[in-house]
Ligand binder design. Structure first.
Ligand SMILES: Nc1ncnc2c1ncn2[C@@H]1O[C@H](COP(=O)(O)OP(=O)(O)OP(=O)(O)O)[C@@H](O)[C@H]1O
Length: 258
């Protein structure tokens, strides 16, 4: 069985089928991208595999384990992480504190430990700090560790969002439009960071609208349209697929999209 295997996943919101019987496999250590027009079901699919939505039907397996009904916090312990929009950061706190808090929310100390400052609590605090420092170094933000998030550029906030996920020591990371709202040069830098994540053994799965970035980055692409999978393959296969060109890239506008 594949590292992550999605079988016939469907999500309905009332009468609307947002994701429609999608079968998909994600390979370990690779970069997988999910693309498709607005409203195609990308975010919903993402929320299904990262545990934020329960599917209406279908199954999801992670390392041979059925995680279809696994709550997010258990998924996090199994090694599944996802990034959120940068609006989820605490603007008035430092970059480092944002990562530490993110890490602490996922570690195990109970209220008892926190109140009585048990050894476990202290050990976890040190661990959280060390992991945060490591994660910041990985994403290239060591110099901004003690700067308030409110004062750092948008591109650095994108890196903080990735560091937050990285601090939980994930096996797979789901990135929700990591390059939205930044310039081409910065986009290139983030693409490099995604390659670095994959090279370090973390499986990367991303939703991205920037076609040029995805074409040079992804090992495999899945295209959704109206909730259904209409194609999957290498970037080259996708860009030459007539069904994709018609549905997603819009007929003659391929050159423009590239
Ligand atoms: N919580 C929800 N309740 C009801 N309908 C929803 C919900 N979430 C998504 N939808 C609908 O499901 C469909 C797929 O939406 P989704 O956000 O997954 O698409 P998307 O491909 O991520 O779009 P975009 O690129 O615009 O972010 C849309 O018609 C959307 O309105």
């Amino acid at each position: 069985m594949a590292f992550i295997e999605v079988q016939g996943i469907t999500k309905q919101f009332g009468g609307l089928t947002a994701v429609d019987h999608v079968d998909f496999e994600i390979e370990q250590g690779k970069i997988t991208a999910i693309i498709g027009p607005n409203g195609a079901g990308k975010s919903t699919f993402f929320n299904l595999i990262s545990g934020f939505h329960r599917p209406t039907s279908g199954k999801i397996f992670f390392e041979d384990r059925d995680i279809t009904k696994t709550p997010v916090h258990i998924g996090a312990r199994l090694g599944i992480a996802r990034t959120f929009q940068t609006t989820h950061l605490f603007e008035q706190s430092t970059v480092l504190d944002n990562i530490i808090v993110g890490h602490r929310l996922r570690t195990k100390s109970k209220l008892f430990d926190a109140v009585f400052r048990t050894k476990r609590e202290k050990r976890e605090e040190t661990e959280a700090h060390d992991r945060a420092v490591e994660a910041l170094e990985f994403v290239g933000l060591t110099q901004l560790a003690h700067t308030q998030v409110a004062a750092i550029p948008q591109e650095a906030k994108k890196r903080v969002a990735i560091a937050l996920a990285l601090a939980t020591d994930p096996k797979v990371m789901f990135l929700d439009e990591p390059a939205a709202g930044i310039n081409p040069e910065e986009t290139e830098g983030l693409a490099e960071l995604m390659k670095k994540l994959a090279a370090s053994g973390i499986t990367v799965c991303t939703i991205e609208h920037k076609m040029q970035m995805i074409m040079g980055l992804a090992d495999k692409i899945m295209v959704l349209n109206h909730g259904a999978k209409i194609a999957e393959g290498t970037p080259e296969e996708i860009v030459n697929n007539p069904v994709v060109i018609e549905a997603y890239l819009g007929g003659d506008s391929v050159a423009e999209a590239n």
